[in-house]
Design a protein around this ligand. Structure first.
Ligand SMILES: Cc1cc2nc3c(=O)[nH]c(=O)nc-3n(C[C@H](O)[C@H](O)[C@H](O)COP(=O)(O)OP(=O)(O)OC[C@H]3O[C@@H](n4cnc5c(N)ncnc54)[C@H](O)[C@@H]3O)c2cc1C
Length: 539
């Protein structure tokens, strides 16, 4: 059996950081095992390739949730990256750290050492921020953060002015000292290419003699003996089942769906579930797979009186021009995220903190087949969209394996809209979108509200539409959450699995609660802080 100091399971957003940092010194022997393959492909490197990888089974786990009562019994499509860089190789590139109180709430709820002042140094450590170093930003770190405000579509200005006319402030930097307001999203790109933790940390690490990365290798089980994780069993590309051992630690970085799945398959999970499926129990860990949180979003589509990105990208000559521009200058719509305008706002004055995240996209794709986000295949007429989600939903779902078969996808129960607060906030967001669209700077360019359409007016109709059309913004988290109590959390504040030695979880599954914004930057931070803890404790 091969033996290493550390085995990193999953080379996604956090796993790539962990592999890079653990191997930095050149001393630790690190094995990285990833179910997907190389990320050196055109559609991953080009930002707008998001529309392609969104539904590409070669790089995507393409999960379907269980039917969810509150969303009219619908199953939802949940893409997750299955490739080096993980979901960070297929995401929409928005750079958002979350709001400082998110982390102070983490610390207050038992994640000691994870308050805002504790995590800020790790955000600064990985940042190579376009505006240089400040007390809130880092410079010279591995991850490039780009300001695309100068390249945004002119309609974004109408959106910002509409929000201002309603009394919302404008901010230059959602990750700066004034996160509240509307503004333009910074994105993770470098010289027009996608910036992922794989390219920033893992590819450099792969040049070191002490790192081995095995792709197309699906981890089947974490091996445990005498109260300790000792290694892993995985299926290699030939189909052979292979084992490897870890002298210091197995570090599980499979993400919020696969990390709890792998723990349960390994006998670390709720005892009743293990017994039901005939899995030999290693540890009764009732919180594994529980506490699932996600952001539930809805888009409102508007037919426009003026040109939108659709006019540029729909015609074949527009695609050709955008492609040539990208190839020659690495600029233009292909170098951007689909989301340009954004916001962190309060739905009403009674909210103590921003409770809604907004998106303005100067394109639309209502006629794309199978409702995919095909930016390269937008509607053949001028249109744009506005969307929102609650920042901190209180509904919690769960994930559990259906059988002992490690290749079978787990059952995902989102349990959206299961609290009154979440339902009320959905309604608050809907009314805000309608108010934005009615404000002069947007109203004067809107021909008509295409979806849901002006016929829907009562709260009942609008909520019904929300239940029918809302969907994930791809932020599942919290299924192996940090906490002090082994009955309600999976890892302790140093990311050690409660009750077992030699096993840590370092990915978005450890968030105690979902952060107010997008979850990639917080996952990078978890990778940085988790690696620092590993090196302090075992290095
Ligand atoms: C379509 C989409 C759009 C998004 N847009 C944004 C955005 O604009 N901004 C933002 O901040 N966030 C965004 N996100 C969310 C963000 O990308 C994720 O929160 C983040 O990448 C999670 O990181 P992670 O390390 O927890 O998991 P991942 O990055 O998903 O990594 C998990 C890795 O583990 C591997 N793995 C899993 N199981 C096994 C196994 N059994 N054996 C071997 N390997 C395994 C996976 O293949 C994967 O590579 C988006 C996500 C998606 C899917």
């Amino acid at each position: 059996m091969d033996s290493f100091d550390y085995i990193v399971v999953g080379a996604g957003t956090a796993g790539s950081v962990v592999a890079g940092r653990l191997s930095d010194s050149g001393r630790n022997r690190v094995l990285v095992v990833e179910a997907g393959g190389s990320d050196n492909t055109f559609w991953i490197r080009v930002p707008i390739g998001y529309g392609r990888t969104f539904v590409d089974p070669k790089v995507n786990w393409m999960y379907e949730t269980e039917p969810d009562a509150a969303t009219m019994g619908r199953s939802a499509y949940w893409p997750r990256g299955k490739v080096l860089g993980g979901s960070g190789s297929i995401n929409a590139l928005v750079y958002m750290r979350g709001l400082p109180h998110d982390y102070d709430d983490w610390a207050r709820d038992g994640a000691t050492g994870w308050g805002w002042n504790d995590v800020l140094p790790y955000f600064r450590k990985f940042e190579d921020h376009c505006w240089g170093a400040s007390n809130l930003h880092g410079s010279g770190g591995p991850i490039r953060i780009t300001d695309v405000s100068a390249a945004c579509h002119p309609l974004v200005r109408n959106y910002l002015d509409a929000a201002r006319s309603l009394g919302y402030g404008e901010t230059r930097d959602f990750n700066g000292d004034q996160p509240e307001g509307v503004g333009i999203y910074q994105i993770l790109t470098r010289n027009g290419f996608r910036e992922s933790t794989s390219y920033a940390y893992l590819h450099p690490a792969m040049k070191r003699a002490n790192v081995e990365v095995r792709t197309h290798c699906h981890v089947l089980k974490i091996l445990c003996s005498g109260g300790r994780a000792t290694g892993i069993r995985y299926r290699d590309p030939s189909g052979a089942v292979v084992e490897a051992s870890a002298a210091k630690s197995v570090v599980l970085c499979g993400g919020a769906i696969n990390s709890p799945q792998l723990l349960q398959l390994s006998g670390i999970g709720p005892r009743a579930l293990l017994d039901k499926l005939g899995i030999a129990p290693v540890l009764d860990a009732p919180a594994v797979g529980r506490n699932l949180q996600d952001h539930l979003n809805i888009s409102y589509f508007y037919r426009s009186k003026v040109r939108t990105l659709n006019n540029e990208l729909y015609p074949w000559y527009g695609k050709l021009w955008a492609g040539m521009r990208y190839v020659l200058t690495r600029t233009g719509p292909l170098s951007m995220s689909v989301n340009q305008g954004g916001g962190f706002v309060r739905s009403d004055l009674n909210q103590p903190v921003p409770n809604l995240q907004l998106y303005f996209n100067p394109a639309s794709y209502t006629t794309s087949p199978s409702n995919t986000r095909k930016m390269l295949n937008p509607d053949p007429f001028a249109a744009f969209l506005l969307s929102f989600n609650s920042c901190r939903p209180t509904s919690r779902g769960h994930i559990e394996i259906r059988s002992a078969d490690p290749m079978a996808p787990p059952a995902i129960h989102p349990n959206y809209l299961s609290t009154d607060k979440d339902v009320a906030e959905a309604l608050g967001g809907i009314h805000l979108l309608r108010r934005l669209a009615a404000a002069a700077p947007l109203a004067e360019v809107i021909e008509t509200e295409m979806i849901p359409g002006e016929a829907k007016q009562t709260d009942e109709e609008l909520l019904q539409d929300f239940r029918q059309r809302s969907g994930t913004v791809y932020h599942p988290t919290c299924t192996c959450r940090i906490g002090a109590d082994a009955r309600t959390s999976v890892v302790d504040p140093r990311l050690r699995v409660h009750g077992l030695d030699g096993l840590r979880v370092v990915d978005a599954s450890v968030f105690p609660t979902v952060t107010s914004g997008n979850t990639n930057a917080p996952s990078i931070m978890v990778g940085e802080k988790g690696s620092a803890m590993l090196l302090e404790d075992l290095g």
